[in-house]
Ligand binder design. Structure first.
Ligand code: ATP
Ligand code: MG
Length: 602
C-alpha cells in the first residue's frame, strides 16, 4: 500500500517553466518525474510504478508471442558500429565516449549490431531458425531538440526486438507477428492509435509501419484517407498527382522580361497582364528550391535543386526521410555562390544538366506538363517550359508539403492531416546487418544462406508521456487502469481519528482483496488539497471517507467521468473489485510455435 503520509512525493501547484505540452507539465506537477538535464529525467516512485506497468505489459506480450528476453550493454565499442557504418551515419545523435586507454565507445541508440553478432555467435544451422529476441533497455540519443519532457528524451527506455529468419516468407511472418503483438500491447495500454506507413530511414529495408497516438502534441504528422484505410506518415505519404500530359500540344517555350516581380504573386499578376492566350496562377509556376546534400562520411556538400509547383512549400522533413542516411539542408547564400549559373530568384531547370547540378521534381510536376519558371537570367522568366521537352529531371522525389484535402494515391479519396506521437515502429530490415556481420545458416543442402532480419521498437518512457497526453484533462492525469500507479485512491477527508482510522481500515480491506491501493492518510492537510491531489495524480477510482462514515456511507468517484455516488461502506470492497477487474493476463497466443532446439556449434 502506498501511504501519502510517507510516500516520497511533492505535488506542485504551478507548471514548470520549461514545459510546453500538457503531459510534461502534469508529470512534473504530480511528482512523477524530475528533470536533471535537457532530455534527461529521474523517475520518482509513482512515475516509476507507471513506467514498470507499461514495461510489464510490453514484456508479457513479447514473451507471449514467443520472443525471448536478453539484455545488452548500453556501452558499445566503436568498431562494432564502424562495421555497420553507423558510427558515421548516426551523425551528431550518437553519444561517443573515450575510455582511459583512449579507446572509443558509444552509448547504444539501438542494438542491431549486437543482436546480429550475438545470434551469429550461437547459431549456425537452418534448424536453429527462426528466432526472435528482445530487450528492454535504456537508449541514448543526443537528440537535436529534446522535447516535452520524457516524450523525446536523450536517455530513454525502449523495447527493441529483432527477428531472424531464413527467407523472405519467414521475415514476413515474423513482421506480421510483431504487428499483431503491437496491436495487443497498445490496446492493453489503453491507447487510441493508428498504424501508418513509414519510411525506414537510416536503417534501410522494406516494409515499415509506425504506430502513432493521435494528439495535437505529437511531432509526427500523418495523413488518413477518408475513403479507404490508407494512412501514412507525411514523410512517407504518396499523393495522387495529375495524369501525364501531352507536352507536344503546348506552345513553344518563350522567355519574357519580368522585372520587379519579386514574389510568385507579382509574377502571376504580370503574366496575366501579358495576354499569353491563357491565364496563370501560382500552381502554374515551377519553384526551384536549392538544397544541399551530404552522403555519410563525405565532407563536401553537393547542391541539389528540387522543383515543386509554386503554390507549395518544400517539406524538408519529408525529403530527409526519403534521403536518409544522406543529410539534406537548405543551401545558404554562400553555397549558391559556388555555382554562378544559379541566379537567385530566376532559377529554371533548363540548364541544370549543363551545370551538372542534380535536379529532382515532385511527382506533381508530371511528364508533359508546362510551367512558368526562371530563365536563368536576372529579371527574366520562361513560359510554356515542358517537362520531357524543355527539361528532363534526374528523378522524382515526393517533396511538397502535404495539404489537407490532397488526393489519396490508392483510391483518389481525400486525405486528412493529423498529428501524432510515434509509439512504435516495425520494419523489415532485410539482410543489411546479416551481410555486414556475416550472419548465415547452413541449409539442409550444406550451402549457407544469409539470414534476413526484422527490427521492432516500442518507446517505453515515451509511452508513459503519450498515454498521459491522450488521457489527461484540465484537472490532472487520468490513467488507464492497467498502467495506473494504483487501482484505487482512498482519501481520508477529515482530521479526526475515526476518519483516518476508517480510511486505513478500508484501505487494508481493499488491499487484502488484491487491489493496488494509494491511501491519503496525511494529517494536517485539508480535504480540498487532498481532492485536488487525487485529481492530479490520476488514479482511476477514488474513494472518499468523510463524515458519512458514521452513517455507514462513503463516496465513490470515477476519475475520468467525474461521476460520484454514495455507496455503503460495507459494499465498498465488492464494488471497487468489480470495477477494477484484476490486471489482465497477457493475451494468449492462439498458435504457439514449438521452440526450435538450438544446435550446438561444431
Ligand atoms: P522519432 O522519429 O520520434 O525520433 P525514431 O524513428 O528515431 O523516432 P526508432 O528508432 O524507430 O524511433 O525507435 C523506436 C521507438 O523508440 C520509437 O517508436 C519511439 O517510441 C521511441 N523513441 C525514439 N526516440 C526517442 C526519444 N528520443 N525519446 C523517447 N522515445 C524515443
Ligand atoms: Mg529519432
Amino acid at each position: 500500500m502506498l501511504r501519502l503520509s510517507k510516500l516520497f512525493l511533492r505535488t506542485l501547484r504551478d507548471d514548470p517553466a520549461d514545459a510546453e505540452v500538457p503531459s510534461h507539465k502534469l508529470l512534473v506537477r504530480a511528482g512523477y518525474v524530475r528533470r536533471v538535464a535537457p532530455g534527461i529525467y529521474s523517475w520518482l516512485p509513482l512515475g516509476l510504478t507507471v513506467l514498470r506497468n507499461v514495461e510489464e505489459i510490453v514484456r508479457s506480450e513479447m514473451v507471449a508471442m514467443g520472443a525471448q528476453e536478453v539484455h545488452f550493454p548500453a556501452m558499445i565499442p566503436r568498431e562494432t558500429f564502424e562495421a555497420s557504418g553507423r558510427w558515421n551515419d548516426y551523425g551528431d545523435s550518437l553519444f561517443r565516449l573515450v575510455d582511459r586507454k583512449g579507446a572509443d565507445y558509444l552509448l547504444g541508440p539501438t542494438h542491431e549490431e549486437l543482436f546480429t553478432l550475438l545470434v551469429k555467435g550461437e547459431y549456425a544451422s537452418y534448424k536453429d531458425y527462426p528466432v526472435t529476441l528482445f530487450q528492454i533497455q535504456t537508449k541514448f540519443r543526443d537528440e537535436a531538440r529534446p522535447r516535452a519532457g520524457i516524450l523525446r528524451g536523450r536517455e530513454f527506455v525502449m523495447k527493441d526486438s529483432y527477428s531472424f529468419d531464413l527467407d523472405d516468407d519467414g521475415l514476413a511472418a515474423s513482421y506480421q507477428a510483431h504487428r499483431d503483438t503491437y496491436e495487443k500491447i497498445f490496446t492493453r495500454l489503453g491507447f487510441d492509435y493508428r498504424i501508418v506507413f513509414a519510411v525506414s530511414g537510416a536503417m534501410g529495408g522494406s516494409a515499415s509501419e509506425e504506430f502513432l497516438a493521435p494528439t495535437p502534441a505529437g511531432e509526427d504528422t500523418f495523413v488518413q484517407c477518408t475513403d479507404c484505410d490508407y494512412a501514412a506518415n507525411t514523410e512517407a505519404v504518396e499523393i495522387a498527382g495529375p495524369p501525364p500530359q501531352d507536352g507536344s500540344a503546348q506552345p513553344q517555350s518563350q522567355v519574357l522580361d519580368t522585372p520587379d516581380t519579386p514574389t510568385i504573386a507579382t509574377l502571376v499578376e504580370r503574366l496575366n497582364s501579358l495576354d499569353l492566350g491563357r491565364s496563370f496562377d501560382a500552381a502554374d509556376t515551377l519553384k526551384n528550391v536549392v538544397l544541399k546534400t551530404r552522403a555519410p562520411g563525405q565532407k563536401e556538400w553537393d547542391l541539389l535543386v528540387v522543383g515543386v509547383p509554386g503554390d507549395r512549400e518544400v517539406d524538408l522533413k519529408r525529403l530527409s526521410g526519403q534521403l536518409e542516411p544522406v543529410e539534406v539542408e537548405q543551401a545558404s547564400a554562400a553555397d549558391l555562390a559556388t555555382q554562378p549559373g544559379l541566379i537567385k530568384g530566376y532559377i529554371g531547370p533548363q540548364n541544370l544538366s549543363e551545370l551538372k547540378v542534380r535536379y529532382l521534381v515532385d511527382p506533381l510536376v508530371v511528364e508533359g506538363s508546362a510551367w512558368v519558371t526562371g530563365a536563368n537570367v536576372a529579371d527574366q522568366h520562361a513560359v510554356f517550359v515542358v517537362r520531357g521537352r524543355d527539361f528532363t529531371p534526374d528523378g522524382e522525389i515526393g517533396a511538397v508539403e502535404i495539404r489537407d484535402g490532397d488526393r489519396c494515391a490508392r483510391c483518389g479519396g481525400t486525405l486528412q492531416i493529423a498529428r501524432g506521437i510515434e509509439l512504435g515502429h516495425v520494419f523489415q530490415l532485410g539482410r543489411k546487418y546479416a551481410e555486414v556481420f556475416g550472419l548465415s545458416a547452413l541449409g539442409a543442402n550444406g550451402k549457407p544462406s544469409t539470414i534476413t532480419m526484422g527490427s521492432y521498437g516500442v518507446g517505453i518512457t515515451r509511452a508513459v508521456a503519450a498515454l498521459a497526453e491522450q488521457t489527461l484533462d484540465e484537472k490532472g492525469l487520468c490513467w488507464p487502469r492497467e498502467v495506473a500507479p494504483a487501482d484505487v485512491h482512498v482519501v481520508a477527508a477529515g482530521k479526526d481519528d475515526t476518519i483516518i482510522a476508517g480510511a486505513e481500515q478500508l484501505a487494508e480491506e481493499l488491499e487484502a482483496a488484491g487491489l493496488r491501493v494509494l491511501l491519503d492518510d496525511r494529517r494536517g492537510v485539508s480535504p480540498g488539497v487532498k481532492f485536488k491531489d487525487s485529481e492530479l495524480l490520476g488514479v482511476p477510482t477514488i474513494l472518499v471517507v468523510g463524515r458519512g462514515l458514521v452513517d455507514g456511507t462513503i463516496e465513490l468517484k470515477d476519475r475520468r467521468s467525474d461521476e460520484r455516488s454514495e455507496i455503503a461502506r460495507d459494499q465498498a470492497v465488492a464494488i471497487v473489485s468489480s470495477i477494477a477487474s484484476p490486471t489482465a493476463k497477457p493475451t494468449p497466443n492462439p498458435t504457439p510455435k514449438p521452440a526450435p532446439q538450438p544446435t550446438p556449434k561444431a
